[in-house]
Design a protein around this ligand. Sequence first.
Ligand SMILES: [Zn+2]
Length: 134
Amino acid sequence: MAAMRDIAHPIGRSVARGLAGRCPNCAQGRMFWKYLKVSSRCEACDQDLARYPADDGPAYLTILLVGHLIVAPMLFFPIVWESNPLISVPIILGALSVLTLLALPRVKGGWVGLMYALNVTSSDSAIHTADAAD
Ligand SMILES: [Zn+2]
């Protein structure tokens, strides 16, 4: 059984810096060098940002947020059901697409910030495989 990992850095501060797209260590350097590409090293403090895994976590969390917090409540509004689907569906899907694309880098930044705070690195990925359970 794996031992509990100590929290290496303040979680709230690290996640907030990541949500802002900043380095979780110094909050000065940018987290991404492209839309969803995490910088290999922070340009301000030289922190190795590429070592913190994101994998599919940010995508699942973004789907959870958009799907459960936006889509489900939206279905309670009668205008969604009473309007012409040829008009409402493209508008709703377009707005949800834009919202998802805006949320995804922020969620990924927060995710990397969380991995930084918990000091979970790519080398820890072996503990998530079925072989490690033996
Ligand atoms: Zn930094």
